[in-house]
Design a protein around this ligand. Structure first.
Ligand SMILES: [Zn+2]
Length: 301
């Protein structure tokens, strides 16, 4: 079972929004698309692990800091006698390895995910020891995308290829395991040590005045929603959403992008752009956020 779900990371929500609302530099855009793709791969892996039937606790997306070093683990599974960690990569296309180095087919070197995996494995082992749990830590690198090929892959490394993912699930289902309170305590402890913000998050520069306003489509993340009565319709993908839920989502997005701004009806009207009725907006804000009175002004939290 999922002891800790995988929320959409805050920095990804931010980048999605900025990607739709302003022109990112080519480097920023590449970084964003990689993040989006990586997240997509993790969610595909979750769809498989959520079906596991063995007695285990699954913790998704953990970020720890140990001795001033941050490390992130895509999926951690606590079994009775072992902890398995998985790093999931959604790489697509042809890659090759040579003497511990990792390259794309066009000879561009990228960080070797196996080294990253070993590092996380070692740090998790140390972290477990520091909180009084000594258990073997197994680590695997999962390539989830069926369009991925790795030439000259080493035989002795813990790599799971797309064609082997089903076998991995069978193997995990076969792990003999009976959890007790100690394991729940461990899961609780790990979640309490999880950091929600990375020190290494890329900071994009943006200002309120400089970004485009309007609704972003919940499905395709493009800024092309127009309003038809109580329904917002995306001109890009055709998805429909009730105005109320679009407003709530947009206000949450605004709060993530500009945590210091006071959410007033006027601000939300400017932000959502396509809703003309202030009365409608005020009703939605009052119904879904905490109303704060400051003199003769109202704002929402
Ligand atoms: Zn759309």
């Amino acid at each position: 079972m999922f002891y800790k779900p995988r929320p959409v990371p805050i920095d990804l929500i931010k980048m999605r929004s900025l990607h739709a609302r302003m022109n990112l530099t080519p480097t920023e855009r590449k970084y964003y698309l990689n993040r989006e793709k990586g997240f997509e791969g993790e969610v595909i892996f979750d769809k498989l692990t959520e079906k596991l039937e063995s007695d285990c606790l699954i913790l998704n997306d953990l970020l720890f800091e140990l001795n001033n070093t941050e490390f992130q683990i895509d999926t951690t599974i606590i079994f009775q006698n072992t902890i398995s960690l998985f790093d999931v990569k959604n790489y697509e296309g042809d890659y090759y390895m040579t003497s511990d180095r990792f390259y794309t087919k066009s000879d561009e070197e990228i960080s070797n995910p196996l080294l990253q995996l070993e590092r996380s494995q070692s740090l998790l082992r140390q972290l477990l020891k520091s909180i009084g749990f000594q258990m073997p830590v197994e680590a695997s690198l999962v390539f989830i995308n069926p369009k991925f090929t790795l030439y000259q892959a080493p035989l002795d490394k813990p790599i799971i290829f797309p064609t082997q993912v089903n076998r991995l699930m069978k193997k995990l289902n076969g792990v003999p395991s009976k959890l007790n309170g100690k394991h729940t305590m461990l899961a609780e402890k790990l979640v309490s040590l999880h950091k929600t913000k990375s020190r290494n998050a890329k900071l994009l520069a943006y200002e309120y005045g400089q970004i485009e306003k309007g609704f972003i489509c919940a499905k395709c993340h493009s800024l092309s929603v127009s309003v038809d009565g109580k329904i917002g319709v995306c001109k890009n993908c055709g998805a429909e959403e009730e105005i109320e839920s679009a407003v709530i989502r947009s206000v949450n997005e605004l709060k993530i992008l500009f945590p210091d701004m006071k959410i007033t009806t006027n601000l939300v009207q400017d932000w959502c752009k396509v809703i003309k009725s202030k009365k409608t907006l005020r009703r939605i804000l009052k119904g879904n956020f905490k109303t704060i009175k400051s003199g003769k002004f109202l704002y929402f939290e």
